[in-house]
Design a protein around this ligand. Structure first.
Ligand code: FMN
Length: 370
């Protein structure tokens, strides 16, 4: 059975796979355009996206806008017909100006995570850019819908529901994560879907629900689709690709990671994150790192006086391959990765195995009904 397409408003992705945005500098134009060229949705990370600009440290905000426009233009050049999105963290101090710059560049979709993007429609309403919040609960999805409906007379164009197996910052408290087995992202996504019905009726539009966090292979994709959900967002697997924008050493940290290396950290962003343990994180845990002087003022939620390190610099160092002075965020399934492949190879494998799994499910249903 052919995989269904993923429709977000007038945008139609040939395959229902979104490559999750990965900061800092892990998913830029290289990865995003490769995914878009294979029929998925490629996503550029907007976090500290101006890091290649010569005056990045001196003029963080201006160089972020410049860097972002450059990445969007490159992605369009490499994938003229593909769907390209931008990922922004609601906690970023320059969220609104980056969103505005992206809309001006004609970005197809803005995905907004790490907080509730209550004001995103101020930038996207009336434009061709789709607005897609990333949430971890039905409560958050409903809050956003009610707020957007009341204030802007719009609702999201899709919703990504991110579960606790995701990489990077998580929308769950340490306490909730103590009982991680009790949290099923697909159940939460179904709950979100149910709660969206009144908004879909009011606006006479379908709001696709996409599942993120721990989706690893074709069976996972088939299971999500068979439940009536619209697609998946995957990130960890896309790191171990030739086209991922991070240094080879970052990718090899994925290939070499073992199950016991995957840990939770308390990030300066104020959220729990999932990462691959290394000496840098061990030093942080032992209190060896000292509070830093902030150069960027990049996050509303970071208190530099209390933070043992600068998360922007740590993630930038890691993406350049300097894992002595940084660390790699990763999803819970990273230990299953054993090689680096091309995006084409990965997507072909995912699509073929998901289609085979859907066929198997259809056969099973048929034999049970005969
Ligand atoms: C290295 C890394 C960096 C990430 N950075 C971001 C980010 O900047 N913004 C965001 O919304 N999500 C971020 N994520 C989450 C992903 O976009 C995605 O939703 C999630 O990791 C999906 O789970 P998976 O990695 O198990 O496929 C990151 C994930 C990874 C692995």
């Amino acid at each position: 059975m052919k995989l269904p397409k993923l429709r977000i408003g007038n945008l139609i992705a040939r395959i229902p796979i979104i490559q999750g945005g990965m900061g800092v500098g892990i998913s830029l134009s290289g990865l995003a355009s490769a995914v878009a060229n294979e029929g998925g949705i490629g996503v550029i990370s907007g976090t500290a996206v101006g890091f290649r600009e010569p005056d990045f440290r001196l003029h963080y905000r201006a160089s972020s806008i410049k860097g972002l426009k450059e990445e969007i233009r490159k992605a369009r050049e490499y994938s003229p017909d593909g769907i390209i999105g931008l990922n922004l963290l609601s906690a970023m101090t320059n969220f609104a100006e980056l969103a505005k710059a992206a809309v001006e560049e004609g970005i197809d979709i803005i995905f907004a995570g790490a907080g509730l993007p209550m004001r995103l429609p101020e930038v996207t309403k009336g434009t061709d850019t789709k607005a897609v919040p990333i949430v971890s609960s039905a409560r958050a999805a409903v809050l956003i819908c009610k707020n957007w409906d009341n204030k802007y007379s719009v609702v999201p164009d899709a919703i990504v529901v991110e579960g606790p197996l995701a990489g990077g910052h998580l929308g769950y408290s340490a306490k909730q994560l103590d009982n991680i087995d009790d949290i099923d992202v697909e159940d939460i996504a179904l709950d979100v879907k149910k709660n969206l019905v009144p908004f879909e009726q009011k606006y006479d539009k379908h709001i696709p629900v996409v599942v993120a966090g721990g989706i690893y292979d074709g069976n996972d994709i088939a299971r999500v689709l068979a439940k009536g959900l619209d697609g998946v967002q995957m990130a960890t697997r896309f790191v171990a690709t030739d086209e991922c924008d991070a240094d080879e050493r970052f990718k090899m940290a994925y290939v070499n990671a073992k199950k016991e290396d995957i840990i939770y950290i308390q990030s300066p962003v104020g959220l729990v994150g999932r990462a691959i343990r290394n000496k840098f994180l061990d030093d942080v845990a032992m209190g060896i790192k000292k509070p830093i002087r902030c150069q960027y003022n990049c996050l509303k939620t970071c208190d530099p006086k209390a933070s043992p390190y600068c998360i922007a610099d740590a993630l930038l160092n890691a993406r350049q391959g300097d894992l002595d002075n940084g660390f790699a965020f990763a999803g819970a399934n990273v230990y299953r990765i054993d090689r680096i492949v091309s995006v084409k190879e990965l997507i072909n494998e995912l699509v073929e195995s998901a289609e085979a799994a859907l066929d198997e499910m259809a056969k099973l249903i048929e034999s049970n009904t005969v």
